[in-house]
Design a binder for this molecule. Structure first.
Ligand code: CP3
Length: 347
């Protein structure tokens, strides 16, 4: 409802990484198990997705999975290394390496485990809140596939953009095609909204963003919506391009109903720059969870006043960190509900 700009009783709220290591029950479920083995178990994904909902009155669930299941489906090996994060033992080095990739992916065969997790979770939620499916965006996935893991500069991946622009576009196109099929599969399995994570938008400048990120983000939304329309379905889509403040106007005209914001953007100026064309989602700095609880309530109040209560989904500007206190998350959710209910009543 909010994604479409209609008013609700209170502003809806969820948190990126709401299923995560900050919850003791999450750490217990994950203990001693390989990360991607967990992703491949529909029962485990369902349980991890539901854990935060048992604790807090979140207004949405996001399926537990990872963006890097797509490079895996295209034939790349990806490991989650403790203390290091995602690691590709054999990353793409030169354009010839594209031949190693599976260009046409049978998503039901390679990613059917995600679809099963979504269907199972959708049943278990019993309609209480919508279930969000997600994907990584082409540039973010490409940057991992070339860099081989996290990086401060992502200079290996950016080298491709400057030295091998044609091969870069070939790879981005391949990823886009797989992503469209993957998102359609998630909707068929029961996802009720879709978020596209362009987590590495910020390492691009405005010119590179225009060429290597935005056209693919647009294509994804356009193709998914076109195919869903043929099936008589209409699913809201959220684009979260982290640190892409330079691209905000364009993002608000890229066929997504909702634009997610990181904490570097001021709510009022985000509203002005997007001209009421889209709903907005975000954008409290997750580090505000280190503040005392009364302070969290004040921060939330200011954020709500900045965004307004209409066409707004409260969230963080990026995911929660493992050392955060679950009680702060509870205070955040409560503050969003309380303050927004009051603001709506006073209108
Ligand atoms: O609750 C949720 O948000 C849903 C689940 C979710 C995960 N990953 C689970 C996860 C989602 C939406 C993602 C997306 C994802 N994965 C992104 C895009 C969002 C963002 O953070 O910008 C990215 C870049 C990844 C790649 C990835 N996976 C990273 C960088 C890490 C962190 C590694 C680390 O050691 O901190 C992961 C692992 C991961 N994915 C965890 C979770 C809960 C933590 C590791 C664990 O559970 O053992």
């Amino acid at each position: 409802t909010t994604a479409r700009g209609e008013e609700t009783e209170h502003v809806p709220v969820w948190c990126m990484r709401q299923a995560g290591r900050y919850l003791p029950e999450f750490r217990e479920s994950r203990a001693g198990k390989d990360f991607f083995d967990t992703c491949r178990s529909p029962e485990a994904c369902c349980e991890l997705t539901l854990q935060p909902l048992r604790r807090f009155p979140f207004d949405a669930a996001i399926i537990f999975s990872d963006i890097l299941v797509i490079p895996q489906a295209m034939g790349m090996d990806v490991q989650m290394v403790a203390g290091k994060g995602p690691t590709f033992p054999d990353p793409l080095k030169e354009p010839e390496d594209l031949q190693r990739l599976q260009a046409k992916v049978d998503v039901d065969k390679e990613l059917g485990y995600v679809f099963k997790a979504i269907t199972l979770t959708r049943h278990k939620i019993e309609g209480k809140v919508p279930l969000i499916g997600f994907t990584g965006a082409p540039w973010t996935l490409m940057s991992y596939m070339i860099e081989g893991g996290g990086s401060r500069t992502f200079s290996k991946a950016k080298r491709w953009l400057y030295r091998h622009p044609e091969a870069s576009h070939m790879l981005l196109r391949m990823l886009t095609d797989v992503i469209v099929e993957y998102l359609l599969g998630q909707v068929a399995a029961g996802a009720q909204a879709l978020q596209v994570f362009e987590s590495h938008a910020g390492i691009l400048g405005p010119v590179e963003f225009q060429e290597f990120s935005l056209p693919y983000l647009r294509d994804i939304a356009r193709c998914v919506k076109e195919k869903l329309k043929d099936a008589g379905k209409d699913i809201p889509m959220i684009v979260f391009a982290k640190d892409a403040h330079y691209g905000l106007e364009d993002l608000s005209q890229s066929h997504y109903e909702v634009v997610g914001l990181d904490w570097t953007i001021d709510p009022r100026s985000a509203r002005e720059r997007t001209g009421g064309k889209v709903s907005l989602q975000g954008n409290m700095d997750p580090c505000a969870f280190y503040a005392p609880k009364e302070r969290i309530s004040d921060i939330v109040k200011k954020m709500l006043e900045g965004f307004g209560t209409r066409g707004y989904i409260a969230n963080l500007g990026h995911g929660l960190y493992p050392d955060m206190d679950p009680e702060s998350v509870g205070a955040f959710v409560e503050a969003v509900h309380q303050h927004s209910k009051q603001m709506i009543k006073q209108k």
